[in-house]
Design a protein around this ligand. Structure first.
Ligand code: ADP
Ligand code: ZN
Ligand code: ZN
Length: 684
């Protein structure tokens, strides 16, 4: 039998991933050593015994004389550690998303950086760092309204009880809580968490960064006190490390945080909760480009933990699994809090406004409603949909967006002269008039927050207008500052992009206006219908969170589009049916898998040439069952003097795409010219 070698990491940390040592695996230990196994090895000149973890197993030694490699000393018996599971997760990520083991390990292992002497409690740390303004005053004023444990309503109780029974019986099928905004999902999570920590195990709660506000953390803090720890991008590296150590050492049971909180080294993880499961922020941008839902599901199964997801607007992928019984679907159908009903929603056809001579960004109906709010001292939120911002072209008279005849995605404007399809490369010169109705009102949609603020101020001179965008929130905690000012009633109208529609409860808001709902429909991406539905549903959900009923007004050039109609009707299931039909027809995920390969380099010709080569070799070796689309220029073709090209591969079988990725990567590493280029893989 050929020898096998284990790559060992000694002091397990992000920094030491670049210092990995190889040892020979004695034949007697072959059966016991796996990825993640804890072993003891002789280390250094004196051959002192050290503990380490196996991160890779190979049949060769890298750049070293095999005869000089030392043997693994022994396998350390005992219970599986958190680090062992994280290494196994890293291995799975490397395999599934096509990265190196180093990249995967760096993703799951914490950056080691001790906090300075002050060892303050996490919540207070955040207060003094300006992350949670308002929390202190909240506590000083002795407000106890939030701290009492709410008794669950019947729907909530049913889910919590089913969970507890399953959990105690050792059943670990993931749960999907599909519940409208404000239906009390968070209360259900807390009940589940209570059950799991009561059984002596720990919990990770994933919340998209944008919804991870002090309000949210405060609710958990009131219920669980100092047993919580928090992971947030605004914490310093030292504070993050400190939070991870509190979890590792058993000083906390509950980690609340964005994506990277998944890698918290709890000794006995029992539950992972993932709120707002559909959020884009759950997709990692770096390598490996993992998806948090998939990684969380894997980690839960490695840990014997339950995985619970929740959303009012599930992703198509997850909902398809819930429908197929892979996840247990649980429903919450009614609002739980003070406001009992969803906002009434109206669709306004902007083409009609135009025909009747109203060229303003405010329809007559929206204007009337805003004036009513101003008269009654109620608040309005105006939402600008900025996705796909002005890179596509559409007709302001008939609403037609110029699309690719082959792909059903919008064409993207290049250099103000050409329209290009990013899926197939189809290119036409920019036309002067609308191909459908010949109108000359053909333009990009680009209207920014600042412009809308000016227009609102002009039209409603008495109104106090507040704007929330990158400019006004750049400061630390700026986001919270703007929102809390608005929540305190310091303005009548709040104008903003995506960030104003996610998860904030502002009871004074009785009107939400969506200025141009269509913008996100034309993004060059097959998921744009889904994104639009999600954004509109969330926007509508912002109105009427207090005692008074709310109205949501959706202004659009495409009132008949199913994403807009179903969002206005708050009908996820109908949206799901239509979107599913479209994805099946076009062979898009989740009904077909896609591997997106991006190559970038400063040498434009070389970049294009290598991409062509990859395309041809995939075609030749895997062509029979794999569709190869492209190469095409990336949506933003040139960035920092790097030219970027994309190739799409489609196959119903994910594993075949993984095989192709490995094949490409191997050839890539063997090719001299490729050192000057960067390759990235993205599976969906
Ligand atoms: P979701 O997470 O689904 O958006 P939340 O858990 O935030 O919903 O609940 C929305 C509001 O309803 C919150 O203010 C919460 O305190 C309140 N709430 C939730 N469940 C109940 C309940 N059973 N009784 C009274 N109020 C509730
Ligand atoms: Zn096309
Ligand atoms: Zn037209």
């Amino acid at each position: 039998m050929a020898d096998h070698y284990a790559s060992i990491i000694i002091d397990i940390s992000h920094e030491n991933v670049d210092r990995i040592f190889q040892y020979r695996i004695p034949e007697s230990m072959e059966a016991k050593i796996r990825i993640g196994t804890q072993v003891s090895v002789p280390f250094g000149k004196a051959n002192r015994r050290r503990k380490g973890y196996v991160v890779e197993i190979t049949d060769h030694v890298d750049g070293y004389d095999a005869g000089k490699v030392k043997d693994v000393d022994g396998v350390i018996a005992g219970s599986v550690t958190a680090d062992e599971r994280l290494i196994q997760l890293a291995w799975w990520m490397k395999e599934r998303y096509g990265s190196t083991m180093n990249q995967a390990l760096k993703t799951v292992l914490p950056v080691k950086k001790a906090v300075k002497a002050r060892n303050r409690k996490v919540v207070e740390t955040m207060v003094s760092d300006g992350w949670l303004p308002g929390l202190l005053s909240h506590r000083e004023s002795g407000s106890s309204e939030d701290s009492s444990v709410i008794s669950l309503n019947e729907e909530q109780r049913k889910i919590a009880d089913a969970f507890a029974a399953d959990y105690d019986a050792g059943l670990r099928t993931p749960y999907y809580i599909y519940g409208i905004t404000g239906s009390g999902k968070t209360e259900v999570y807390m009940e589940m968490i209570d059950h799991v920590i009561g059984a002596g195990r720990q919990v990770i709660v994933l919340i998209p960064e944008i919804s991870l506000t002090y309000q949210t953390v405060l609710r958990f803090y009131h219920r669980f006190g100092d047993r919580i720890c928090v992971m947030h991008s605004r914490l310093s590296a030292g504070e993050k490390y400190d939070q991870m150590e509190r979890a590792r050492n058993g000083r906390a049971d509950i980690m609340i945080g964005a994506r990277s909180a998944l890698f918290t080294p709890f000794p006995n993880l029992g539950l992972i909760v993932m709120d707002e499961e559909q959020e884009d922020a759950y997709r990692s941008e770096g390598a490996p480009r993992y998806h948090t839902r998939e990684a969380a599901e894997k980690l839960a199964s490695l840990s014997g933990a339950v995985f619970v997801m929740g959303s009012a607007t599930p992703s198509l992928e997850a909902y398809t699994k819930a429908e197929g019984g892979v996840y247990q679907k649980m429903r919450l159908t009614r609002r739980a809090g003070r406001s009992r009903s969803l906002a009434a929603t109206e669709i306004i056809d902007l083409r009609e406004e135009m025909q009747e001579g109203n060229k303003s960004i405010f329809s007559r109906r929206l204007e009337t409603l805003i004036r009513e709010r101003l008269d009654h001292g109620e608040q309005t939120m105006l939402f600008i949909n900025r996705r796909g911002y002005s890179s596509f072209v559409s007709c302001r008279s008939c609403g037609n967006a110029v699309k690719c005849p082959h792909c059903d995605v919008s064409l993207t404007l290049h250099h103000k002269t050409r329209l290009v399809c990013h899926y197939c490369g189809y290119t036409i010169p920019l036309m002067r008039t609308c191909p459908v109705c010949s109108s000359e009102y053909l333009a990009g949609f680009g209207i920014g927050t600042q412009k809308v603020e000016e227009m609102a101020q002009e039209r409603f001179p008495d109104a106090r207008v507040l704007r929330m965008d990158m400019d006004t929130t750049a400061r630390k905690g700026g986001h919270e500052t703007v929102l809390s000012a608005f929540a305190r009633g310091e303005a009548d109208i709040l104008i903003g992009t995506q960030m104003i529609v996610k998860g904030h409860d502002i009871p004074g808001v009785t009107l939400v206006g969506v200025l141009a709902a269509d913008t996100s429909l034309y993004a060059p991406d097959y998921r744009c219908g889904e994104r639009t539905f999600q954004l509109l549903t969330q926007a509508a959900g912002r109105a009427g969170r207090g005692d008074k009923p709310g109205i949501a007004v959706i202004q659009t050039y495409m009132p008949e589009h199913y994403s807009i109609r179903t969002a206005a009707a708050q009908d996820y299931e109908e949206f799901y049916r239509q979107e599913t039909a479209y994805r099946k027809l076009m062979a898009y995920p989740p009904f077909c898998h896609m591997l997106q390969i991006q190559v970038s380099g400063k040498d434009e010709n070389l970049t294009a040439h290598m991409m062509e080569q990859i395309g041809m070799s995939v075609e030749k070796n895997f062509g029979a069952r794999t569709r190869v689309i492209g190469p095409v220029p990336a949506p933003v073709y040139k960035v920092n003097d790097f030219y970027r090209k994309i190739l799409y591969l489609k196959n119903e079988n994910y594993d075949i795409l993984v095989r192709i990725q490995k094949y490409i990567q191997q050839r890539w590493e063997e090719t001299e010219n490729c050192r000057r280029l960067v390759i990235q893989y993205d599976f969906s």
